[in-house]
Design a protein around this ligand. Structure first.
Ligand code: SF4
Length: 333
């Protein structure tokens, strides 16, 4: 059986169920790298120049982990998944960059995704990918339809059950649902929305278990994936009109939505050296200071970000929110 490696980084959180289903329908075995470790981060960072953004360094560390453990590595070049909305340039060059800096990588299964070139080109790209497994176009079509359905189910599961991508992936993979937030919800101190890309929000190594820390302090955590596509689109349109970046909705849309929907605070997580994030996060920050209703804090992550620094800022932010809530409660008595 052909083994396909999938790095647990970057677009993994967005597309893992669709990729897994597609390859499994075609008879392949999917091998996923484990959660990020310090070794992965260091090894990935050693292959690129220092000012490459942290998520790309982490991605390369995952590719290095998969060397020798699979027959191919799947690294698509996702340029655009919506008309005239574009992805960050790092995603466009990801297969070529990986090839250049990790020559020992297993052969890369590459695929261009750009809806601006039309459906025909997209179907051709899917068939070309499927040909590594079968020459039967009917089988490839069936696999791609099943994969698309898996993608829709995944997003529906997250928005309808308030789940994060790792929680939804566990359920889809048949791992029993963790006790999750139920124990915290009975004694919620505050509701905090976290905005940013999934590869920053759910990689517990690079963000120093940010979401777990919030939950352990008895806060309810809301994330972009818990909103429906319509809610994200509406909020993005309200704040910036038309989105330009592919993943603008999970930053600007989620930020705009939560600013108007009564959370106690919003935390934006971004990567050092990320051009798109610095623009998008600033739009949310400006809107927060215009509205003056919801405290907003942004955190920038890089490989030298210290755990103590994250904890200190988080504690200070939460203290301020708890105090605000106390004062509001007292004034209502
Ligand atoms: S959007 Fe930013 S963090 Fe993400 S890959 Fe591009 S530069 Fe890196």
């Amino acid at each position: 059986m052909i083994r396909i490696g999938i790095p647990r980084a970057l677009l993994y959180y967005e597309y893992y169920p669709v990729w897994k289903r597609f390859f499994e329908e075609l008879g392949a075995e999917v091998v996923v790298s484990p959660p990020t470790t310090q070794d992965m981060m260091v090894s990935g960072s050693s292959r690129v120049v220092a000012d490459t953004c942290l998520p790309v360094k982490v991605f390369l560390g995952h590719v290095l982990y998969l060397v020798g453990k699979c027959d191919y590595i799947f690294i698509p070049a996702i340029r655009s998944v919506k008309s005239k909305v574009y992805n960050c340039s790092k995603f466009l060059g990801l297969p070529d960059m990986t090839n250049a800096v990790i020559p020992e990588s297993p052969p890369i299964l590459d695929m261009d995704v750009d809806v601006n070139k039309g459906k025909r080109k997209l179907y051709q790209a899917i068939y070309q990918l499927g040909r590594h497994f079968t020459w039967n176009p009917f089988k490839v079509r069936q696999a791609s339809l099943a994969a698309w359905q898996a993608h829709l189910n995944y997003h529906e599961l997250m928005s309808s059950h308030n789940l994060t991508p790792p929680q939804a992936i566990e359920i889809i993979s048949g791992i029993p649902e963790a006790e999750a937030n139920s124990s915290y919800l009975s004694s919620t101190r505050a509701t905090i929305a976290i905005i940013g890309h999934p590869y920053l929000l759910y990689d517990e190594h690079i963000n120093h278990r940010f979401i777990s820390r919030l939950e352990q302090a008895h806060n309810r955590v809301l994330t972009p994936e818990m909103l429906s596509a319509e809610e994200l689109q509406l909020a993005t349109a309200r704040l910036v009109g038309r989105a330009y970046w592919t993943y603008e909705e999970e930053v600007v849309g989620a930020g705009g939505h939560y600013l108007q929907n009564g959370v106690d605070g919003i935390i934006g997580i971004m990567a050092f050296g990320c051009g798109p994030d610095s623009l998008m996060m600033d739009m949310v920050r400006r809107q927060a200071s215009r509205l003056k209703t919801t405290p907003f804090m942004s955190l920038t992550l890089e490989e030298h970000t210290a755990e103590a620094g994250i904890v200190t800022r988080l504690e200070a932010f939460l203290d301020m929110i708890y105090r605000k809530r106390r004062i509001q409660a007292e004034s209502c008595r």
